[in-house]
Design a protein around this ligand. Structure first.
Ligand code: ADP
Ligand code: ASP
Ligand code: MG
Length: 412
């Protein structure tokens, strides 16, 4: 029988009523003849609560125990979903990550999936089980310890299962009815997209649009998984939601197709470092070894052989970055007068594959922000995106102004 993967996010399994509603959706697909793999998140708010407890006990915690704790939310919803389906007379069984086993590497709290053996679950499908309910977000390391895939990781579990089981489709049920031109919570003018190209979705996700975890889009692109984002609160229909697909499948295309934002960005500035060959390597080498994800970088013009170096990184990596740079200074590898961390910034990005062939997007973006009196602190560009760092208090205003300027409320 063909296999379908259905993933339900936290709000879609937030309480027993919602689990029943989601289970009904699953029942409809079973009735059509699919064997279904259901991937569940923890009930909304649960993972945050678990993370909070871990941090309260131990701010610089052992990552293996962090994973042992924060993976627990998904175990509850997997069992509850299987029970609900059984009550509906649908043969169903729950699986925790280690039972599949979903094998990952040992990078606790940000583990990568290495292998998903299919024989276990397929064997049960062959015996008449119709739904395998799998706890999302978790796996098992080569050392036999529980791992997690990073926040939002159930999306990645879902796509990885769809690839491993050669599923006909991977449906991601969430609290919005698709992928929008920007977060619909920021502007009511945000427009739902019928389709979006993998490359654009990948950029939007990595630049902050948390509707899909970045890694899930990467996997879908690599294994050509038919990926759909839709709401579990809307009436079922074949046209519902947004299809994430290859560029060639999209007829209409705008120069800019979406605006993303990230409020978890920090700007770090090293004041007065020596401007000499090898200085960038001496700064960014230790940062990379410390696991700091540096995004934007600017080096200012040098005066009398000294310069300022600015970079951005996620807010929760600031302490790690400061420690790595302080140690490099103590070793004598770099010398700087001061290190300033500005955590009151946000990153705003315009994304679109049309940018490859159209000029003027950056100019329009800068003009729009300047008309609103918003100062740009750092700029970064790539083939299909432009990102700027601005004061966080202007984040919503910037998203709204750019959405208007690029006329994203209107279809191409
Ligand atoms: P789930 O718990 O189902 O995984 P998430 O909270 O992780 O849901 O992701 C869905 C949220 O992503 C939406 O509620 C919305 O606020 C946010 N979001 C950000 N950017 C976008 C976008 N471009 N399109 C749709 N949703 C977006
Ligand atoms: N429950 C996890 C989180 O909140 C994983 C997920 O929902 O995708 O990050
Ligand atoms: Mg999510």
């Amino acid at each position: 029988m063909p296999v379908l993967v259905m993933k339900f996010g936290g709000t879609s399994v937030a309480n027993i009523d919602r689990i029943r509603r989601a289970a009904k959706r699953v029942g409809l697909e079973v009735a059509k003849g699919y064997d279904v793999i259901v991937i569940v998140s923890a009930m909304s708010g649960k993972t945050n609560e678990l993370v909070g407890w871990v941090n309260e006990i131990s701010p610089l915690h052992d990552a293996r125990e962090y994973d042992a704790v924060v993976s627990a939310g998904e175990n509850v919803t997997a069992g509850l979903m299987a029970l609900t389906l059984q009550e509906m007379d649908i043969p169903a069984r729950s699986w925790q990550g280690w039972q599949v086993p979903l094998k990952t590497n040992s990078a606790h709290s940000a583990a990568r999936i290495e292998e998903i053996p299919t024989d276990n679950i397929n064997g049960r499908f062959a015996q008449g089980m119709r739904v395998a309910v799998v706890a999302g977000f978790q796996g098992i390391s080569p050392e036999g310890r529980i791992t997690t895939l990073g926040r939002g990781g159930s999306d990645t579990t879902a796509v990885a299962f769809a690839a491993a089981f050669d599923a006909e489709r991977c449906d991601i049920y969430t609290d919005v009815d698709g992928v929008y031109t920007t977060d619909p919570r920021i502007t009511s003018k945000a427009r739902k997209l019928e389709k979006i190209a993998f490359e654009e979705m990948l950029e939007l996700a990595s630049l902050g649009a948390k509707v899909l975890q970045t890694r899930s889009v990467e996997l879908a692109m690599r294994y050509n998984v038919k990926l759909r984002v839709l709401s579990s609160f809307e009436e079922p229909s074949d046209e519902a939601g947004t299809l994430v697909c290859a560029e060639e499948e999209i007829m209409e295309s705008q120069v800019v197709s979406g605006i993303a934002y990230s409020r978890d960005e920090a700007k770090m500035t090293l004041i007065s470092v020596a401007d000499r060959p090898g200085i960038a390597a001496a700064i960014f080498g230790p940062l990379s070894e410390a696991g700091v994800n540096v995004d934007m970088i600017i080096q200012n013009i040098a005066e009398e052989g000294r310069t300022d170096m600015t970079f951005s990184c996620p807010t929760d990596q600031v302490i790690r970055a400061e420690k790595a740079l302080r140690e490099a200074k103590e070793r004598g590898d770099i010398n700087y007068h001061d290190l300033i961390a500005d955590t009151n910034v946000a990153k705003i990005s315009a994304v679109g594959i049309g940018m490859r062939s159209q000029s003027g997007v950056a100019a329009k973006m800068f003009k729009t922000l300047s008309d609103e009196g918003i100062n740009i602190k750092v700029i970064a560009t790539s083939e299909i995106k432009i990102s700027v760092l601005i004061d966080r208090k202007y984040m919503e205003l910037a998203v709204q102004a750019l959405h208007d300027a690029f006329e994203l409320d209107k279809a191409a």
